[in-house]
Design a protein around this ligand. Structure first.
Ligand SMILES: Cc1cc2nc3c(=O)[nH]c(=O)nc-3n(C[C@H](O)[C@H](O)[C@H](O)COP(=O)(O)OP(=O)(O)OC[C@H]3O[C@@H](n4cnc5c(N)ncnc54)[C@H](O)[C@@H]3O)c2cc1C
Length: 394
């Protein structure tokens, strides 16, 4: 009987395992994860305190599908020639095909090692325990995750200070006018934001700045990005390029080894990208599973992510290009949409912010414009009297 092994029981690994069954694979599906919790969703970890534990699927779903789930099992070595994976308890698993869905880990910086980070349920519980009304919380990093955490902690009554090294919040992911709307909302809520901050070191209770000052907090969380979990792939000699390098079918440089989700990097419309997004992890897991079964349809899904901060929801489809011009379009009562085009007029990104789901439909339509590469006159895009659906039909 054929055995397909998946390393990483997160969003991507679980979706891949289920897709193998949905596609009719009758061999063994073995899903290994190093965490001890049953597979859970990460997005609620920064949006709810205490963190909501939301299973990726009900536990019985995996059992009923005949998926062998092994928790607390860390893969430590991969031998692509022998087609074998070794685990931290020295046990071995042999595979016919292997999927690496090892995700990412929170980035740490030299001098910041003892500050807390937020990636896992255990991290979120540790942070949430300390965030009581009046607690003084410092967040190093004003990216999307840092600002979600700021909102959630502030709603819970903590005194929040965000230290951002750059001169804009969420600068890598979001156009400046949208970041400005979110920043204004944080300031209104009482979050203290320090931009161009020169934080030189931090522990779980202290922040040191370049001027030699040291500030004390009840908790310091470092939210300075994530790094792909590539150790296993690296030691096995697989190609790495800011993630495990894969082709349009999520095949790595080693035969019968695939990689997908936050840990992998691939070419998308001429750029090498690594996405850290919930929907991408699901899509890629499903796509990689079908590729493992021989379906070689190239992957071309438009990237998309969302973030919730207070009553505002941010959504970005496509690949936002920092510093690139955009076309504005009003959406709903107070919402804003920003579209970007490349030098040839091809749509490349749409970013939107508004209350609740108010921009979801327009971002979806923008995503379709990108998917179908429909070139639109910017003047028409900017005109709310011209429906996006009409533009899509052209
Ligand atoms: C706090 C938080 C909030 C988020 N909010 C949003 C959001 O609002 N919107 C959005 O679009 N995205 C969000 N994301 C991102 C999204 O959750 C991730 O992109 C997604 O979880 C990636 O799925 P994955 O399966 O690729 O990786 P992961 O979810 O990281 O899963 C990988 C799993 O593999 C395990 N593993 C790693 N190495 C090994 C090994 N050697 N052996 C065994 N197991 C191993 C890891 O421990 C982990 O359990 C958020 C992420 C975090 C952390």
């Amino acid at each position: 009987m054929e055995t397909f092994v998946i390393i990483g029981a997160g969003e991507c690994g679980v979706r891949a395992a289920l897709t193998l069954r949905e596609a009719g694979f009758a061999g063994r599906v073995c899903l290994f994860g190093d965490e001890r919790h049953a597979p859970y969703e990460r997005p609620p970890l920064s949006k709810t305190f205490p963190p909501e534990v939301k299973p990726i699927v009900p536990p019985e779903t995996l059992t009923e599908a005949g998926i062998e789930l092994m928790l607390g099992a860390r893969a430590v070595a991969l031998d692509p020639v022998e087609r074998a994976v070794r685990f931290d308890d020295d046990s071995m698993a042999r595979y016919d095909r292997l999927l690496l869905a090892t995700g990412a880990t929170a980035r740490t910086l030299p001098g910041f090692e003892s500050a807390l980070t937020l990636r896992t349920l255990d991290d979120a519980r540790r942070i949430a325990d300390a965030i009581v009304p009046g607690a003084r919380l410092a967040i190093v990093g004003g990216g999307v995750l840092g600002m979600e955490l700021a909102a959630t902690a502030r709603i819970r009554g903590a005194e929040v200070t965000v230290y951002e090294a750059g001169d804009a919040l969420m600068g890598r992911a979001v156009p400046e006018p949208i970041a400005a709307i979110l920043e204004a909302r944080h300031i209104e809520a009482g979050v203290r934001i320090v931009k161009n901050a020169d934080v030189t070191g931090a522990s779980s209770h202290e922040i040191r700045t370049g001027d030699g000052a040291c500030q004390t907090f009840d908790l310091v969380v470092c939210a300075v990005g994530a790094v792909p979990a590539t150790d296993l792939a690296e030691t096995a000699g697989l190609d790495i390029d800011n993630g495990i390098a894969v082709d349009a079918h999520f095949r790595t440089s080693a035969r019968n080894v695939f990689a997908a989700g936050d840990c992998c990097a691939f070419a998308w419309r001429g750029a090498i990208v690594r996405l850290e997004s919930w929907r991408a992890a699901q899509d890629q897991g499903a796509h990689a599973a079908r590729a493992m079964l021989g379906d070689l349809t190239p992957y071309g899904t438009v990237p998309w992510f969302w973030s919730d901060q207070y009553e505002l929801t941010l959504q970005v489809a496509g690949l936002y290009r920092a510093g690139w011009p955009y076309t504005r379009r009003a959406a709903g009562a107070n919402g804003l949409l920003l579209f970007q085009h490349d030098e040839h007029g091809a749509p490349i990104s749409v970013s939107g912010v508004g209350e609740g789901n108010s921009v979801a439909r327009d971002v979806k339509l923008g995503e379709r414009l990108i998917e179908r590469d429909i070139r639109v006159d910017p003047a028409q895009l900017a005109d709310p009297a011209v429906g996006l659906k009409t533009l899509l039909r052209r």
